[in-house]
Write a protein that binds this ligand. Structure first.
Ligand code: GLN
Length: 277
């Protein structure tokens, strides 16, 4: 063979080898999706399993006193948007969901030990992120202020200074109240108890997320009224599911199931059924 042909042949085989490496490289580099999600029977999302799911059970903590996201149903079991959502997530993952009703303030420290995950209208917050990893967010929320229906004194943030303010222990409402100058902050195990004390005249106001505020105001028409976020300068909050910090497989599974529910219309149907009814 002439020298020039030898060089050409050499270059061609070199190019073929390179091409093969490139192709092999492509198939061997899994995308986040192919690593964690495949479509199983009947649309079930099958994942690279977290060891927390291998027993077929997802143990979920909530605080069932935060309507419409969670409350005790007529049968005494936790019900509400979050409960229906996590059950739908469990179905996508092919696991049974067991819900435990707990104090809100102990949810984050229980994630990864007493419970696998927590769903409780929980706002993504940097302090909490030291203990848990949040899933993708699923709902935008904001704080409101509940006051007695005849109150005229509370109109904005400055007017809350020095007031007796009720909150649920460890919530974002608690964090806000804690910053108000001279406020006497009373912390309760549930918002329902704070609302009771507001009705009893022991509090001037309760700082609470808008959707539950609407439920409590609706149940107490003429007794309580709701002041919107505008005058108080509250900022948007985002709810997410609190997952164990080290369990990236579980977070990926939950995010994939959540995305699937958003795509197939289940999520919107649950919003219509529980929140916008
Ligand atoms: N969204 C608020 C928080 O995360 C309140 C949640 C609740 O009381 N369940 O602190």
């Amino acid at each position: 063979m002439k020298k020039v042909w030898k060089i050409a042949a050499l270059m061609l085989s070199f190019a073929l080898i390179l091409g093969c490496f490139a192709a092999c490289g492509e198939t061997k580099t899994p995308t986040a999706d192919s690593e964690h999600t495949t479509e199983g029977e009947g649309g079930t999302t099958v994942m690279t399993q977290s060891s927390r799911l291998t027993d077929g059970v997802l143990t979920v903590g909530t605080n069932a006193a935060f309507p419409p996201f969670e409350y005790l149903g007529d049968d005494g079991d936790p019900d509400g948007f979050d409960i229906a959502l996590i059950e739908a997530i469990g179905e996508k993952l092919g696991v049974t969901v067991e819900v435990m009703d707990m104090e809100f303030d102990s949810l984050c420290t229980s994630v990864g030990n007493r419970i696998d995950v927590a769903i409780a209208g929980m706002t993504v917050d940097p302090e909490r992120e030291k203990t848990v990893t949040f899933s993708d967010t699923y709902y935008k929320a904001i704080q409101n202020v509940l006051v007695p229906a005849d109150d005229t004194a509370i109109t904005d943030m400055a007017s809350l200074e020095g007031k007796v303010i009720g909150v649920q222990q460890g919530t974002t409402g608690d964090m806000i109240a804690d910053e108000i100058a001279g406020a006497d902050v009373r912390r309760y195990n549930t918002f329902a108890l704070a609302v009771e004390d507001l009705k009893n005249g022991n509090l001037d106001a309760v700082i609470i997320d808008q959707n539950p505020a609407e439920v409590f105001a609706g149940e107490n028409e003429g007794v309580l009224k709701l002041l919107g976020a505008e005058n108080f300068g509250f900022t948007d909050e985002y709810y997410a599911i609190a997952c164990p910090k080290d369990d990236t497989a579980l977070v990926a599974s939950i995010n994939a199931a959540l995305a699937a529910l958003q795509t197939d219309g289940t999520f919107d149907a649950l919003v219509a059924e529980y929140i916008e009814k």
